[in-house]
Write a protein that binds this ligand. Structure first.
Ligand code: TXA
Ligand code: MG
Length: 321
């Protein structure tokens, strides 16, 4: 990426504009986190309810401290172990974090992304960049610059192309604002790795997770219907849908025998590799006109937990989108 692109992106941020930026998880739609006007443009571009808080991206743990009132021992341990990286910490907010960014909550989410372009941009800009995933609200997150362009979001001044995202699912969100750490969203840092560093369990956060809209029932959803079944039921479920005339894709690492009208789409057996390809696969299946995608949930270990979460939400009821 030419330095003039970074310069153009910094200029756009300073002018209160929107910049799509690569991170190691997914592409973000960034704006100057200290400009309420700029932050409101993010919500408008995405069609996202303005009560849903945003993550503030910064270049270092030192820069993160300006956004929080308190950076407790647990935050220092997690930041030391995983930043820059796919981990977001929720902490009591400082006056720098406006209601526009936090959805008027008393906490703020901060993260140092691990992507050279994102870090270069954050250092050159100097401030915090509020950025949700660069997709329309409720849809599949973009993991390439081309996906961002396909979303056709209005008012994006610059799209920085940093290639395909290495992790492929969003950051892990840990709430450290209430004493005991809570996992608000499983993501690119595994629950096991968090618990190893903290030396204590990190149970899932508030049930129903109204604090994290990624936790709405239907989210990360492709156009095709997603049908989740037990691994041994993949072929049978696909056959039933194909028999009713639907164009069916079956996500499977292992070969399957399928009837006409159903096609196996090979996915990696390892959850890290599956996570990396997940959103691009769902987009590609939409582009090919599949009406139903049949899949089985991976085990919970490692990034399997995040993949299970995204698949479950992509399969969720769609009335609330
Ligand atoms: O990997 C990621 O986290 C990507 C990249 C671009 O960094 N960003 C991302 O942003 O996934 P978004 O807006 O799609 O999801 C952010 C999540 C939302 O579920 C939001 O509710 C939660 O973070 N969040 C933000 N601030 C919060 C807060 N103060 N308390 C609880 N949850 C918060
Ligand atoms: Mg999102």
């Amino acid at each position: 990426m030419a330095s003039k692109d970074i310069a153009a992106a910094v200029e756009a941020l300073r002018a209160g504009g929107l910049v799509a930026l690569p991170t190691e998880t997914v592409y973000g739609l960034g704006a100057d986190a200290q400009s309420e006007l700029a932050v409101r443009r993010i919500f408008a571009a995405k069609g996202r309810p303005s009560t849903h808080p945003l993550i503030v991206h910064v270049a270092s743990a030192e820069a993160a401290r300006a956004w929080v009132r308190d950076f407790p021992q647990a935050a220092q341990a997690l930041a030391g172990a995983f930043w820059p990286g796919p981990l977001t910490l929720v902490l009591p907010r400082s006056p720098l974090a406006s209601d526009a960014v936090t959805g008027a909550q008393d906490t703020v989410a901060v993260r140092v992304p691990n992507h050279p372009l994102a870090l270069e941009l954050l250092r050159a800009f100097g401030g915090g960049v509020a950025a949700p995933s660069a997709n329309r609200f409720g849809r599949v997150s973009p993991t390439t610059a081309e996906h961002v362009r396909q979303e056709g979001l209005e008012g994006v001044a610059v799209v920085l192309d940093g290639g395909p995202c290495a992790v492929g699912v969003e950051s892990t969100i840990v709430d450290l604002s209430t004493g005991a750490p809570r996992l608000l969203r499983p993501g690119g840092v595994s629950k096991e790795a968090l618990e190893r560093v903290l030396g204590q369990p990190v149970p899932p956060g508030p049930l129903g997770g109204v604090r994290a809209p990624g936790m709405l029932e239907s989210h990360y959803a492709p156009r095709a219907g997603l049908l989740l079944v037990a691994p041994e039921a993949l072929a049978g479920a696909a056959a039933a849908r194909a028999a009713s005339g639907q164009k069916v894709a079956v996500l499977s690492a292992a070969p399957l025998s399928l009837p006409e009208g159903a096609e196996r789409v090979e996915i990696p057996a390892a959850p890290e590799a599956f996570a990396k390809e997940l959103y691009a696969t769902l987009r590609a299946l939409d582009a090919r006109g599949f009406e139903v995608v049949v899949a089985a949930l991976p085990d919970e270990a490692g990034l399997g937990l995040a993949v299970r979460d995204r698949l479950t939400r992509a399969a969720g009821p769609r009335s609330n989108r």
